[in-house]
Ligand binder design. Structure first.
Ligand SMILES: C[S@@+](CC[C@H](N)C(=O)[O-])C[C@H]1O[C@@H](n2cnc3c(N)ncnc32)[C@H](O)[C@@H]1O
Length: 259
């Protein structure tokens, strides 16, 4: 749908830049199964399934996972990795889920609500397809930059705000609670991740993050220059200085309040 952010342009670099370390991938399935109290019999729908970063490790813990995404190229990456996992993606729009009423046990959403044209309409569609007793499993990662990286993220902040696309909604609970949903359980785990200013700079200059896709070229260049100045001032000019950080992966179990 016009107004949603299609990730075709990211398919070639998505897994390299958003993927979890191997040791973390192994934790995703058991973590989500425990958080959502899955029995193994569930039909799951992942909205905005992308390359299957979450659904592929979750698949052994449920009956099947259907997925939809507006990006055929992201889905092709998923199919290239799928092997015999019970994950069945199709091109489709979150605003018009191609599923019957009351047909899905768990709807999984990860890093999608800020990218869709109308988050409330998507939430209504999710409500429509959920079986009575079903839940929305909203998961998300938090970068949690170490203090040492603050000068870099601060240098970039004014330029990040130049984006011509403003997300309508980025926090599930903000939208869910006043709109007939309730978060009933949350879970999270932490893992170590070494980063460096060069990685940040690459994400900006390479327009790796979707938040950079709508920033005018001049502002992007000015932002990159500001980051370089911060590297000179705070990292002795060495962008490859290793900065250990702790990242968090969260799961929120959210149910409609009208059941
Ligand atoms: C940041 S990626 C997340 C992919 C996956 N959930 C993950 O966590 O790795 C967001 C995905 O949502 C898809 N998307 C954006 N708007 C959509 C819409 N209206 N309907 C379906 N998918 C959409 C994008 O194409 C992209 O693949």
């Amino acid at each position: 749908m016009t107004g949603s952010v299609n990730f075709d342009r990211a398919a070639g670099f998505y897994d390299e830049t958003r993927g979890f370390p191997e040791s973390v991938i192994e934790r995703i399935g058991p973590f989500l199964a425990d958080a959502a109290q899955l029995t193994g019999d569930e039909t799951v729908l992942e909205v905005g399934i992308g390359t299957g970063r979450i659904s592929l490790p979750l698949a052994p813990y449920v009956e099947r996972i259907c997925g939809i995404d507006i990006s055929p190229k992201m889905l092709q990456k998923l199919l290239d990795k799928r092997n015999d996992a019970a994950v069945f993606p199709t091109v489709g729009d979150a605003h018009y889920l191609p599923f019957a009423d009351d047909s899905i046990d768990v709807v999984l959403v990860t890093h999608v609500f800020h990218l869709v044209d109308n988050p409330l309409a998507v939430l209504a569609e999710i409500r429509r397809v959920l079986k009575p007793g079903g839940c929305l499993l909203h998961t998300f990662g938090r970068f949690g930059y170490a203090d040492a990286m603050q000068p870099i993220s601060e240098a970039w902040r004014p330029y990040s705000e130049k984006s011509t696309r403003k997300a309508k909604w980025s926090n599930t609970e903000d939208l869910a609670s006043p709109n007939g949903w309730e978060t009933v359980r949350t879970a999270e785990f932490a893992y170590d991740y070494d980063t460096c200013p060069a990685e940040f700079l690459e994400c900006v200059e390479g327009r790796i993050w979707s938040s950079t896709w709508y920033i005018p070229e001049d502002d992007l260049h000015a932002g990159a220059a500001a980051i370089r100045a911060a590297v000179d001032a705070h990292f002795n000019g060495d962008p490859n200085t290793v900065v250990p950080t702790v990242r968090h992966y969260h799961a929120h179990i959210i149910i409609p309040t009208d059941i």
